[in-house]
Design a protein around this ligand. Sequence first.
Ligand code: BES
Ligand code: ZN
Length: 617
Amino acid sequence: MASALDPCSFSSSAKCATKHLNLGYHVDFGRRVLTAKAELTVEVLQDRFSSLTLDTRDLKISSVTANGQEAKFAMGAKHSFMGTPLEITLPFELSRGQQVIVEVGYETAPAASALQWLTPEQTAGKEHPYLFSQCQANHCRSMVPCQDSPSVKHTYYAQVSVPKELVAVMSAMRDGQEPDPQDSSRVVYRFRQPVPMPSYLIAIVVGALESRVIGPRSRVWSEKELVDKAAFEFSETETMLKTAEDLAGPYVWGQYDILVLPPSFPYGGMENPCLTFATPTLLAGDRSLSNVIAHEISHSWTGNLVTNKTWEHFWLNEGHTVYLERMIGRSMESEQFRQFKAMGGWKELQESINTFGSNNPLTNLVPSLHEVDPDDAFSSVPYEKGFALLYHLEELMGGPEVFMGFVKSYIQLFAYSSVTTEEWKSYLFTYFKDKVDILNKVDWNAWMHTPGMPPVKPQYDTTMADTCIALCQRWTKAEEKDLGGFLESDVKTLSSHQLIEFLSLLLQEEPLPLSHVERMQEAYDLNAFMNSEIRYRWLRLCVRCKLESAVPAALKMATEQGRMKFTRPLFREVYGFTKYREEALLMFQDHRAAMHPVTASLVAKDLKVDASQTTTF
Ligand code: BES
Ligand code: ZN
């Protein structure tokens, strides 16, 4: 049974709490396994304590000791997405306040859901293999037996042995390296994370990595082929960090590096402490997608310092982070730019709610996740309904400066802990004690516990969106005879942000006639745009409008990179074009074995591919 406190974890955080983890990894590319030792320092929270449960998933456990003494252990029944509980019985009894060191010897599975093992052909350099992890939301248990709940925070150290031509990095401070005493062909890298953090922020990459300094506390890391491009793209990092510190308080994590992963990385960015992970699809060449970095930087406060207690409160992480991300945009660009981005966010929210269905309980700001896989629940809802709520409160409470006062104070109060929506709300009422009458008029139940769009639609300034809206309307209203009137000059003066907005608006409308998208290509040459956000929307639009020649390009983009935000809708769009449904399915079968495990399983669900009919390795 899931723990009473966290529906996504078997380990009961009421009985005991992990304080520190010491991790030893031997990275075996030949067998695609990590041979490992995890030493957990566990604090006991109740008397007569003699057993504990850890989360695992597809781990092969070889030994368990408690304070060096052999301990009995048994694996429970395997759950579809929560994995297998590891029940440990201590050879002694402890009382409240005592600590015990539990050491687990184990090996990961080649199909571990947190890990993707890449062949040299799947890397930019084509010469060396590559390994990366992605633990959020509940995949850490497939690489560490642990209390895999964001309600538990601990520090960690790690020692990682890798072939000496490769480099290991983790979500921690780098702490030196030395030849592996056991094997002269290998090197051991050491790491130290002195700030307590939840298990989902443990992260590792091993590959032929290089780095460049981009600021006083920042480097970019990637294979050498991309490192200069990445250094250019992310050169605003230090300015963003300083802006974020002005808004939210001191940055406590020491280093802030960015690692650009191979194209199959499933997210745009991941806020791993000391080392943000980023998709190479951010490398637009003009820094126009750097808001993702502002977003991941913001998580250093909202998410990594103040953490959602369970995934049901995920909006506390993402809603506040989008709010901070847009505040950074406001400082570095303008208020109008923030308003423009907020409006785009509202549209993303509408799209998510359309996809899930407006009665779907997963579109609640605070959904119930009992027997729900957090990967299935993932959508823009916690991001954009969360942002919309915070923006609505900002307006009610007296504007951005006043509301940032609350956000900063919330961060300082709850730093180093994990919080629920109720705790957040109760502090909101305490902070704004003079405005409680206004807060009481908010329809909290509609915002938090009701599916569909929010009860209030914020009025955003449309200055930057007006040209996009007008151009979208010209296209939707145009008849065949008007098509000659569209010219390259329509889009020449649009920024890439505005071009993205224009295409997003069109995607919300009824599909355009085929003749229109053909003319759009002729006039604007959108096929030539390599900015991933533009290309993704353009290809979706073409497929939606049944432009057959766009199908191969859409499937190519869906498989050449694996960011789920692009890959899933592109596959779904081609699947929805009945004539090419089979094509989409074949393309997926062809690529499945080489795809990231989480992406592969979600695309399989999207395309209604019966999991039992396909082999996973
Ligand atoms: N923490 C998320 C990514 C994530 C969420 C991974 C849930 C696994 C489970 C990250 O901070 C994020 O939100 N990334 C966005 C960035 C965007 C909102 C600017 C992305 O990947 O696109
Ligand atoms: Zn985020």
